[in-house]
Design a protein around this ligand. Structure first.
Ligand SMILES: Cc1cc2nc3c(=O)[nH]c(=O)nc-3n(C[C@H](O)[C@H](O)[C@H](O)COP(=O)(O)OP(=O)(O)OC[C@H]3O[C@@H](n4cnc5c(N)ncnc54)[C@H](O)[C@@H]3O)c2cc1C
Length: 471
């Protein structure tokens, strides 16, 4: 029986794994492999917490494979050379993998296809990371949608793919050598004191079940309040493929059965969030230049600030704006930040500090466990007002009123800023009287929001009226 390789990448699970199921259906003699990337820019686009989570997910996957009668083979370095070598060592006749949604992964797939063709080995790449991929949701004229609302309507109408089975037995006649499972030392990273969620597909499944049973039908009411346990917290699981998106959608469909009108609204809003994720995948696929440039050409070459001292205060949560600092500290200590607060801190960086959104985008990628190139870029461009159907640049969130609206009791702020825990909540949502600090060890607001808002409006307006920008 011919031998195949399944190349694990962002699909670290045995349940409903498209490429793995296809490999087993075709050969039942499958070697599972993970190639540890040692890419040079690793320190720019990820950080110790996300890599530690990856390490733990790989360890959990290895345990699951042992139970299934196999083990995870680890190779490292350039994936194309590593897989070509493994093919030659084992005599495998095919390589299976799931398509990567980002341009870096896609470039490797293209190179691997050519390298395997030279070796006379088949290469099969599957849709797995999205319900609908980049070229499935198109306008009537067959082009890509540029704005979200019509995209989401078309997306919602399409029938959704059903989940496949879980792999319980995996055998290979050949047992190639394996490197040890990676550790942080693999990337010369030092461990950080970050509270990570439990890794692995079983833990991810528990998070999903908990949300479907307890939170899903209240999502519309709870999702914007960072002090509440009101969102699913599965973003890192989707990022690493611990959960299949088909399983998530199917579980939510079951959870929504018999829902009352207001509950059905929650279900619809939640599905819309899953749709945003896929919208941003297709934006990045159609316009990979957004990683360097503003999506909307009119906003290119804006006179952004690069004030590193201001940026550092934002990174460590010392801006003197409690809601901003709470978010930045949550990110630092847990590798997660609530979506509402992501929007607040991103608008603060771009509209109050006038810093280049790319600085914030990179910091998020380094710190977020769910750091997803497409969603992160989309979220940052949305906040900067430079993106697809971006909040127009003149819609500038006021961090004080956002804080009052979404954390009125100050519970979230006090959780992450212990210096302010003793204060009445009313003091947390407005600038302190001139010269007075909220607490001895807490800084004064680093800027005056009303003034910076005027400067931002003036700068954007002047830039837009100064003529077209080169693409
Ligand atoms: C500036 C900024 C940067 C962001 N960076 C990322 C990122 O790197 N990775 C990431 O997964 N999300 C990112 N988001 C989107 C969103 O904040 C997170 O997906 C969400 O907070 C994750 O928590 P959750 O799983 O509890 O979300 P839930 O509210 O439970 O949503 C369910 C799932 O839908 C998807 N989703 C939700 N909102 C969005 C959105 N606006 N855009 C794309 N997908 C969404 C996520 O996969 C999420 O897990 C960013 C948003 C902003 C404003």
């Amino acid at each position: 029986m011919s031998l195949a390789i399944h190349w694990f990448r962002r699909d670290l699970r045995l349940t409903d794994n498209s490429a793995l199921n296809a490999a087993i259906a075709a050969s039942a003699n499958v070697i599972p492999v993970y190639v540890t990337s040692l890419w040079k820019s690793v320190h720019q686009w990820t950080g110790a917490a996300r890599q530690q989570f990856l390490v733990e997910c790989l360890s959990s996957l290895h345990e699951s494979l042992l139970k299934a009668g196999s083990r995870l083979i680890i190779r490292e370095g350039d994936a194309v050379s590593a897989l070509a070598k493994l093919v030659q060592e084992t005599g495998a006749k095919a390589v299976y993998t799931n398509r990567d949604p980002d341009p870096f992964g896609q470039a490797i797939e293209a190179q691997l296809k050519v390298a395997l063709e030279h070796l006379g080995v088949a290469f099969f790449c599957f849709k797995d990371h999205a319900l609908h991929e980049r070229d499935e949701v198109l306008t009537c004229s067959g082009s890509a949608f540029r704005v979200f609302t019509p995209y989401s309507k078309a997306w919602a109408k399409l029938p959704k793919p059903q989940p496949g089975p879980k792999v319980t037995h995996l055998k290979a006649t050949v047992q190639p050598e394996s490197l040890p499972l990676p550790t942080l030392a693999t990337w010369n990273l030092q461990a950080e004191d970050v509270q990570l969620p439990e890794a692995g597909e079983a833990a991810a499944q528990k998070r999903l079940s908990r949300f479907v049973e307890n939170g899903f039908l209240k999502y519309a009411q709870t999702r914007d309040f960072p002090a509440e346990d009101g969102t699913s917290r599965i973003s890192q699981d989707l990022r690493f493929g611990l959960l299949s998106i088909r399983k998530v959608f199917a579980a939510l469909e079951v959870g929504a059965r018999g829902a009352k009108v207001d509950q059905a609204r929650s279900a619809q809003i939640y599905n819309n969030e899953l749709c945003w994720r896929e919208f941003y995948f297709q934006v990045l696929w159609n316009k990979p230049e957004v990683l360097d440039l503003e999506y909307s050409p009119a906003y290119r070459k804006m006179p952004w600030s690069y004030d590193t001292a201001a940026f550092e205060r934002w990174c460590v949560g010392q801006t003197g704006f409690p809601i901003v600092d709470a978010g930045m500290r949550q990110l630092f200590q847990t590798g997660f930040m609530h979506n509402r607060v992501r929007m607040i801190v991103a608008m603060f960086l771009t509209k109050d500090l006038h810093l280049d959104w790319r600085m914030g985008e990179r910091w998020f990628m380094k710190r977020l466990l769910d750091g997803e190139i497409a969603s992160n870029n989309g979220g940052w461009q949305w906040s900067a007002g430079t993106g697809t159907d971006a909040a127009p640049y003149f819609r500038i969130q006021n961090p004080w009123s956002q804080s009052l609206r979404f954390d009125a009791a100050g519970t979230y702020i006090k959780q992450w800023i212990p210096e302010l825990a003793h204060l009445p909540s009313a003091l947390l949502h407005k600038p302190p009287p001139p010269g007075l600090r909220l607490a001895d060890n807490y800084p004064l607001p680093m800027v005056d929001h009303a003034r910076e808002r005027d400067i931002a409006l003036f700068t954007y307006k002047r830039h837009l009226s100064s003529g077209p920008r080169p693409e």
